[in-house]
Design a protein around this ligand. Structure first.
Ligand SMILES: Nc1ncnc2c1ncn2[C@@H]1O[C@H](COP(=O)(O)OP(=O)(O)OP(=O)(O)O)[C@@H](O)[C@H]1O
Length: 347
C-alpha cells in the first residue's frame, strides 16, 4: 500500500433527505482524487450505526470520515471524531444541512467532493446538551416538540417539516423557564429557546444568526410568546438572518447555560428529539473537532438576492402547506356536517 495516501471513509445514510445516493457514488468514483485518498464506502444499517463506524475509523487514525447525509448523520459521526486525529467531511445530503450551509460547503455533491479533494482542515467548537454532543443547534420548547413530531412523521423533507410546524404551532403552549447564564438568573415564558454553535437550523433558517463556530461561546435565542400578526416578520427575519432584531426575541451569548423547567420533556440536538429532565445544562467545548472546509469562503456568502430567494422559497412551501391544511380542514368540516345532517335525519 502507498503510505503517502490517506484513508478516507464515506458513510452513507440511505434514509437522509430525499435525494438518491447512487448518483453521488458515481460522482465519487469519477471525481475523488485517488492519488491522494484510499476510499471506502459504508452504508448505515440503522440509527446509531454511524457512531460505531466512525469510532472504529478514528481508532484506525483515518484521515477523515465523510458524512453523506444530513445533520443527524453528521452528529453521529462527529461525536466519535471529537478530540481525535480524524477529520469530519461533509457531502450534504439531508433535509436541512445546517452545519454544511454554515460552513459554506456547496449543496452540489460534485463541488463538495472537490472540497474533500483539496483537504483543507479547520478546527471548530462543538456543544453538549447534558451529555449529548451537538454541532449545529439544540434547544427546548416548540422546535424540540416539532422535531419529535417530525421523527414520527415517516416522510422526510423540508415541506413536510413546515407543514408539521404550522399545524402544531396552533396547539403549542409556551412554557416558563428559569435560565442561569454565567452567574445570572432570569425567568422567561418562551415559545422556544434555541442554542447555537452554528447559526442555523438548516435550510438557511437562521435562528442564532450571529453564532460562529470558533468563539468558544453559545448563542442563545429566546422566542417569547407571539401572535399570528408577528408571524410574517418572524419568518422573514428568520430567513433574512435578522431574527435577533425582532421585539419578540431575546438573544444572549454565554459560555454555559442551565435551563430549568417545571417538568421533564423533549429537547432536540441537531434536529433529533430526546426526552430529558427538568435541569438541562448546555455548554460549548472549544476547538474539539477537525472538519474539512472550503478554501474560499465569503464573509457572508448569502447575499441579498440569495436571501430573498430563500425567503420566497420558504413562503412558497408555507403557502403549499397552508393550502394542504385548509383543504384537509375543509374536508373535516364537511364530513362533520354530513354526520350531523345524518343524525338530524334519524331523529
Ligand atoms: N440505515 C438507517 N436506517 C434508519 N435510520 C437511520 C439509518 N442511518 C441513520 N439513520 C438515522 O436517520 C436520522 C436522520 O438522518 P439525517 O439527519 O442525516 O437526515 P435528515 O433528517 O434528512 O437531514 P437534516 O438533519 O439535515 O434535516 C439520523 O438521526 C440517524 O440516526
Amino acid at each position: 500500500m502507498d503510505d503517502s495516501k490517506k484513508k478516507i471513509s464515506f458513510i452513507i445514510n440511505p434514509i437522509s433527505g430525499t435525494q438518491g445516493k447512487e448518483q453521488i457514488l458515481k460522482w465519487l468514483d469519477e471525481k475523488l482524487d485517488k492519488s491522494r485518498y484510499i476510499p471506502e464506502v459504508i452504508y448505515t444499517e440503522r440509527a446509531g450505526h454511524a457512531v460505531e463506524i466512525a469510532a472504529l475509523k478514528a481508532k484506525e487514525e483515518a484521515f477523515a470520515v465523510v458524512a453523506i447525509g444530513g445533520d443527524g448523520t453528521i452528529n453521529e459521526i462527529a461525536r466519535s471524531l471529537v478530540h481525535t486525529k480524524t477529520a469530519l467531511g461533509i457531502i450534504p445530503c439531508g433535509s436541512g444541512n445546517g452545519l454544511a450551509r454554515h460552513l459554506q460547503i456547496p449543496m452540489d455533491a460534485k463541488k463538495a467532493i472537490n472540497i474533500i479533494n483539496e483537504g483543507l482542515i479547520d478546527i471548530i467548537d462543538y456543544g453538549k446538551i447534558n451529555d449529548v454532543p451537538f454541532f449545529c443547534t439544540c434547544g427546548v420548547g416548540f422546535d424540540a416538540f416539532v422535531s419529535l413530531q417530525f421523527s414520527k412523521a415517516g416522510r422526510r423533507g423540508p415541506l413536510i417539516y413546515l407543514e408539521k410546524t404550522l399545524l402544531e404551532s396552533l396547539k403549542y403552549k409556551p412554557e416558563t423557564y428559569e435560565l442561569e447564564m454565567d452567574g445570572s438568573t432570569l425567568r422567561y415564558k418562551a415559545f422556544l429557546i434555541a442554542c447555537g454553535n452554528a447559526s442555523q437550523y438548516g435550510n438557511n433558517a437562521y435562528i442564532t444568526p450571529q453564532a460562529t463556530l470558533n468563539d468558544g461561546l453559545l448563542d442563545v435565542t429566546i422566542l417569547e410568546p407571539f401572535t399570528v400578526l408577528d408571524v410574517p416578520a418572524l419568518s422573514f427575519q428568520l430567513f433574512n438572518k435578522t431574527i435577533d432584531q425582532n421585539s419578540r426575541i431575546k438573544t444572549f451569548r454565554c459560555k454555559t447555560l442551565r435551563i430549568h423547567r417545571s417538568k421533564q420533556g423533549v429537547i432536540h440536538f441537531d434536529g433529533d428529539p430526546m426526552i430529558m429532565g427538568e435541569n438541562i445544562d448546555v455548554n460549548i467545548i472549544k476547538r474539539g473537532l477537525q472538519v474539512i472546509v472550503p478554501k474560499n469562503v465569503e464573509k457572508d456568502s448569502s447575499n441579498v438576492l440569495q436571501r430573498a430567494q430563500d425567503y420566497i422559497n420558504g413562503l412558497k412551501q408555507i403557502n403549499e402547506a397552508i393550502l394542504e391544511d385548509i383543504t384537509h380542514t375543509n374536508r373535516m368540516i364537511l364530513d362533520k356536517g354530513k354526520e350531523q345532517i345524518k343524525k338530524l335525519r334519524k331523529n
